[in-house]
Design a protein around this ligand. Structure first.
Ligand code: ZN
Length: 119
């Protein structure tokens, strides 16, 4: 009962947060999705409460279908999958992707089809 309520409520969890434009044209909500996407791609710990269930499903599907989009690994070193810059440390690549490519990542994830399957 309680769990079902949570699942229904979660997609609207962020609805009350103010949506304002950041410098790079990404809204605060989208920036949460970008951060979540990059963290999952880099296998960093993620806070699922920062994105809706629907966005999380979209991100996971997007990363499954485009495994090299954000991160390329060459000889054990991390390179940016978008512009090829590197090598980076994990944290360095996280900062690079969220600062330089936030808009591209937001657009790519937004355009990815929503998962038809339940998580
Ligand atoms: Zn890059």
């Amino acid at each position: 009962m309680k769990k079902a309520y949570l699942l229904v409520a979660m997609p609207f969890k962020n609805a009350n947060r103010p949506i304002f434009q950041r410098g790079w044209g990404t809204s605060a909500l989208e920036y949460d999705v970008v951060r979540y996407t990059v963290r999952v791609a880099l296998r960093l710990s993620v806070d699922d409460s920062t994105v809706s269930v629907r966005d999380a499903a979209r991100v996971l599907r997007f990363l499954r279908e485009n495994p090299d989009y954000l991160v390329k690994v060459k000889k054990g070193m991390l390179y940016c999958g978008v512009c090829g810059r590197g090598p980076f440390t994990k944290r360095g690549l996280y900062l690079h992707l969220t600062r330089v490519h936030a808009e591209e990542i937001a657009r790519a994830v937004r355009q990815a089809p929503e998962s038809l399957r339940k998580l």
